[in-house]
Design a protein. Structure first.
Length: 92
């Protein structure tokens, strides 16, 4: 059975620690995320972050650290495919 995935908007947030992605608990439940989330941009760039539920995050958004997103070249409000990560560990 294929992993569930969803197109969500990536938002840069200063208050989010590096290596973390904050998602709405309903999104985490729908995507069946256990520990890590995989974010794929344009089908090529693939990144993994520790997933944390956060009630303040809208269902259609993922909040990540602003400095880390700048370093990775990801603009604020970028649309990306988000799914549960198969592998444990850092970024590819």
């Amino acid at each position: 059975m294929p992993r569930k995935e969803k197109r969500l908007r990536i938002r840069r947030r200063e208050e989010v620690p590096e290596g973390q992605a904050r998602l709405n608990p309903k999104s985490i439940e729908y995507l069946e995320i256990k520990k890590e989330v995989e974010i794929v941009i344009a089908g090529k760039k693939r990144y993994r972050f520790k997933a944390f539920p956060w009630e303040g995050v809208p269902e259609n958004e993922v909040w990540c650290n602003a400095d880390e997103m700048r370093m990775l070249g990801i603009a604020d409000r970028t649309i990306a495919t988000v799914r549960a990560s198969l592998k444990e560990g850092g970024q590819e």
